[in-house]
Design a protein. Sequence first.
Length: 114
Amino acid sequence: MITIYHNPRCQKSREGLAIVEASGKEFEIRKYLNDTLSEAELKNLLLKLDIKPIQLVRKKEKIWKENFKDKDLSEKEIIQILSENPKLIERPIVETENKAVIGRPPEVIEKLFT
């Protein structure tokens, strides 16, 4: 099953959703701002993305700049921050059973289907 972690207000996320829809594959949409990810789910997603937690952070967001930017945070702390502040999570993310990508640019999503 394919899951897209989606924010309908984000242009890149809408573009990513269009790519997933065009794939013809079965998928589900998770509006992660409302249906937040647990720390365990974030850890699993990070493994599939093969990135460090800091690479999943939207560093230009006001929440990050005002509260966390210049702090020396552990990976565990960053995962907790992302779980508590889902607005900080890069988007869109498309996940398959074994892999995930951040859809920036959205065209990288197509690589999951080839």
